[in-house]
Design a protein around this ligand. Structure first.
Ligand code: HEM
Length: 190
């Protein structure tokens, strides 16, 4: 009985996809239903204190580089998160400004003891197929990430620097785990 409990707890703990991102960000996901995916992005306090936005994007792994054609999530701090699209290497365009729809379900930002917890869900396949990536359980995607600043006078979103953006390939499964960028602490006695 105890073994059963331990095994089922372990399998529960593992049924979430996880990718550690640079700057100590952590993205995880699960499939609440076969037709939907729920994401959670953790942003550490230092990033929240110093920067003005973070963003994520999805593309196919063989797509051309850059923000072109990326299905973007634009997270300007202290503003509602936006379902966006990358028309070129510049400020993400909200899907609604391109004739599409906002398809983020239950978007929510919580300020936690150690930063921000941003959660949202979406259908694996939305009706807004020109601006939203069609997700498939088990498929590979190129995940884009960035962190940048806002212009304090105009409120505009500024271009991130090249060190503050990058890409990493992920597999959209509930057992995906990539700890390449997991932060670690080395003892000062070493
Ligand atoms: C959701 C927010 C954003 C994300 C996730 C994002 C992500 C990225 C990534 C990953 C790249 C490199 C692509 C590659 O190497 O394949 C890139 C390039 C670029 N982005 Fe963004 N970006 C965001 C917002 C912005 C904004 C607000 C601007 C300008 C106002 C911008 C301007 C550029 C430019 C000019 C480049 C080409 C130069 C470079 O590679 O750094 N981006 N972006």
């Amino acid at each position: 009985m105890e073994l059963f409990l331990i095994l089922s707890l372990a399998s529960c703990a593992m049924s979430v996809g996880v990718v550690y991102l640079p700057k100590d960000m952590l993205l995880s996901w699960k499939f609440p239903t076969p037709g939907s995916v729920a994401f959670e992005l953790r942003v550490p306090q230092v990033l929240y204190d110093e920067y003005g936005y973070v963003g994520l994007g999805f593309k196919y792994t063989d797509d051309i580089s850059g923000m072109y054609y990326a299905d973007l999530i634009n997270i300007k701090f202290n503003q509602p998160i936006e379902d966006c699209y990358g028309t070129k290497n510049t400020v993400p365009r909200p899907d609604v400004s391109l004739g599409g729809t906002s398809d983020l379900i239950n978007p929510r930002t919580d300020v936690t003891a150690d930063g921000l917890k941003i959660t949202w869900e979406r259908a694996m396949k939305t009706e807004d197929c020109s601006n939203d990536m069609e997700f498939e359980d088990g498929a590979e995607y190129r995940l884009l990430w960035a962190a940048g600043f806002m212009d304090e006078v105009t409120g505009e979103q500024l271009r991130h620097s090249t060190k503050d953006r990058g890409t990493i390939n992920i597999k959209l499964t509930e057992d995906f785990y990539n700890a390449q960028y997991k932060p670690f602490i080395v003892s000062s006695f070493n």
